[in-house]
Ligand binder design. Sequence first.
Ligand code: PMT
Length: 402
Amino acid sequence: MKHIFSGKRVLLCVGGGIAAYKTAEVVRRLGACGADVQVAMTPAACEFITPLTLQTLSHHRVAVDLFSSTDEATIGHISIAESADVVLVAPATADLIARMAHGLANDIVTTALLATRAPVVVAPAMNSHMLAHPATVRNLEILTGFGHRLVASDSGELACGYEGPGRLPDPDALLAEVAAALCAKDLGGVRVLVSAGPTREALDPVRYLSNRSSGRMGYAVAAAAWRRGAEVTLVSGPTALARPRGVTCVDVNSAAEMKEALESRTGASEIVVMVAAVADYRPTARASSKIKKSAGAGLTLVLEENDDILAALAKIAGPRVVVGFAAETDDVVRHARDKMVRKGLDLIVANDVTKPGAGFDTETNAAVLLGADGNQEETGLITKDELADRILDRAIALRGRS
Ligand code: PMT
């Protein structure tokens, strides 16, 4: 199955700071996501973590010595620079940032960084005062001017005892930034609104009606749009997922809350993707205290229909591509096509939720993308990340036509 990093060569350049120990997890995670990771280390980095650790995790000899005849014969600085699809510098210390900014090439890391033509992601990590020093600030501006992608450091307790900015972001954040650096910015500046997750319709103060949506599919769409340069807002029902990086998140519970959050944001959006599994019905009345069990007697719930949010969004005026999902269990394409026409959509993602590995609470999905333009594409079983990109590809094509 294709992953975001499948077939990609990542060159990880490790600088000499205490956060270097965290790169072990970064290498492991990149490898698990399908990347082929080559590590290069400054001499100072080797004081904080051994090349052997990163070699074991990356399954490649680590480049440490610019003048090693064996390294130069096998993984010389030019070849590691040229074969990389993307470069991550982490932790980028004040010294390494200064050397990069001024074009020094006095070790294997800075030499490879000068030689590479791949996009470069720089993750500074250091003491807060060093980070705020005008020299570091200016050097980081120079790196931005080169087109390098800067990852803002996290704030918190630092190894030197200070509290403040300067922590290396966690591996999830670094992987997200590297993935974004690999993507073409074909949604640059486009405002994308996504809904995700289930809604909860309260019965009483402790119970609700809901469904099995984990939010994964919607979060994958939001993350993919951000990677491609969009300004993304994600309106999400309750999920256990971490918020996607770079995305503005709005938390809601009920279908009514979701409707309000989406309606007020649709006018300013150019693409709307409605992935949420919205409850079609809600209890007519919410009991103000916990409904008591009365032995032997059944319980009848009276439900009333929720508004169809998507149909309402599709009526909001403006040049916009509106994408819906259809979770179906039978006659999938016919039901989905009916929904597309009835709700006035540009594209619908027909989702057979009975297929193994597809639908609710899985890492993968299988769908048929049906366009109002007559275009039909069956995806087969793919990751939700890949399906998210296919949906956005279709939305971009439809935008071009609207
Ligand atoms: O979250 P995951 O675990 O990753 O699961 C993903 C998913 C199965 C939830 C997702 O792939 C999916 O199929 N989402 C649509 C679920 C759904 O509610 O389908 P539906 O056929 O009932 O609704 C059709 C469309 O109308 C959907 O875009 C839905 O968001 C929208 N709708 C439905 C009811 C309602 N009252 N208002 C709506 O806007």
